[in-house]
Design a protein around this ligand. Structure first.
Ligand SMILES: CC(C)(COP(=O)(O)OP(=O)(O)OC[C@H]1O[C@@H](n2cnc3c(N)ncnc32)[C@H](O)[C@@H]1OP(=O)(O)O)[C@@H](O)C(=O)NCCC(=O)NCCS
Length: 197
């Protein structure tokens, strides 16, 4: 099979998302990512080590035995300059959140990245928010100006409804990311309405 056709024609929008458990053996052979460090994180065991240490939990999508993408989730807090919930009578600048820690998709698996993020957002809304206060999903979107062309993952998250925590933040090469957040409340209200229909 030609390398470029490995995931050809696969619709990742509905593909099963599996939790990474000790009995799943997914070496990530042949996993290719736009950013090589995310291949290394998988192949050299960083993701598995963090799961073992309860630093994060990880979910994956596969096609056959081939890894198509992975995402990790962990506890976080969102800090913003504005009182973004003031209209709801909440005056905090800091809010409970779940963070997308690592996210990577095989560069040939179109749609795998958005499937993982959309799945994670819905999972947090339906499985975590009903039992633990969590209002936002956060991510430190990778922005690396040291590459040519510069690498910026924030456009990907913008398309999925994430906003910048500090919209006017100056980009510094010493901080190669921009924190973004997704508000779960409208989604939760929408899901509840669908249940009532
Ligand atoms: C970012 C990443 C996960 C996206 O995964 P993907 O499978 O390529 O994304 P999808 O195919 O689901 O793309 C969804 C949409 O986002 C767009 N998109 C993808 N990366 C983008 C970027 N960096 N900037 C703007 N738009 C982007 C796609 O073109 C697509 O647009 P469309 O719906 O109009 O067709 C993947 O490119 C990746 O693994 N990158 C390296 C690691 C990384 O940056 N991880 C995130 C760290 S915070």
């Amino acid at each position: 099979m030609a390398a470029s056709s490995k995931f050809a024609g696969v619709d990742f929008s509905q593909v099963e998302v599996e939790k990474l458990t000790p009995d799943l053996d997914v070496p990530g052979q042949g996993f290719r990512c736009l950013r090589g460090e995310f291949v290394t994180y998988w192949r050299q065991g960083r993701v598995q080590r963090e799961v073992n240490a309860l630093i994060s939990q990880c979910w994956i999508i596969r096609f056959g035995s081939a890894l198509a993408g992975y995402i990790t989730l962990l506890a976080d807090k969102l800090e913003v300059d504005e009182q973004i919930l003031i209209k709801e009578g909440v005056q905090y600048h800091t809010f409970p959140a779940i963070k997308i820690g690592l996210l990577a998709a095989d560069q040939r698996a179109k749609g795998a990245g958005s499937r993982l993020v959309e799945w994670a957002v819905e999972y947090i809304a339906t499985e975590i928010a009903p039992t633990v206060g969590v209002r936002f999903v956060t991510v430190d979107a990778l922005c690396d100006s040291d590459t040519n062309p510069p690498y910026d993952a924030s456009g990907f998250y913008r398309k999925l409804g994430f906003e910048f925590a500090q919209p006017n933040q100056e980009l510094l090469s010493s901080i190669p990311y921009r924190t973004m957040y997704f508000d779960l409340k409208p989604l939760i209200e929408q899901l509840n309405e669908n249940l009532d229909d």
